[in-house]
Design a protein around this ligand. Structure first.
Ligand SMILES: [Zn+2]
Length: 107
């Protein structure tokens, strides 16, 4: 297994796990249940997403960036596609018309 990402809380970890699963990438969340298991563990114990299959790494990293982008930009205004000029709604990371990626997304 490979570590993909350290989430800021259990909710984010679960959302990301589901997001990956929707695209066929198997992942598990480890770490958050350790909190309180032993008295000397640090208070900040973040859940970590692990990839079940190492071969999913490249795809999972792309999905992770899309996931973070979607979360951050969910409430943003419409944007115009650089390829075909169509307007798409702020929550979409790709153009609804031609499928081109949103210009400001970093992949
Ligand atoms: Zn387009």
């Amino acid at each position: 297994m490979q570590q993909l990402y350290q989430a800021k809380d259990r909710v984010e970890a679960q959302l990301l796990r589901d997001y990956l699963a929707d695209s066929g990438v198997e992942a598990v969340v480890l770490g958050d249940y350790l909190s309180g298991a032993a008295g000397e563990l640090p208070a900040m114990q973040f859940p970590v997403i692990w990839l079940v299959h190492d071969g999913d790494r490249y795809r999972a990293e792309r999905l992770l960036k899309q996931f973070q982008h979607l979360n951050r930009e969910a409430s943003e205004a419409d944007w115009r596609c650089a390829v075909c000029g169509e307007l798409s709604e702020g929550q979409f990371a790709i153009c609804w018309q031609c499928g081109a990626e949103r210009p400001d997304i970093e992949l």
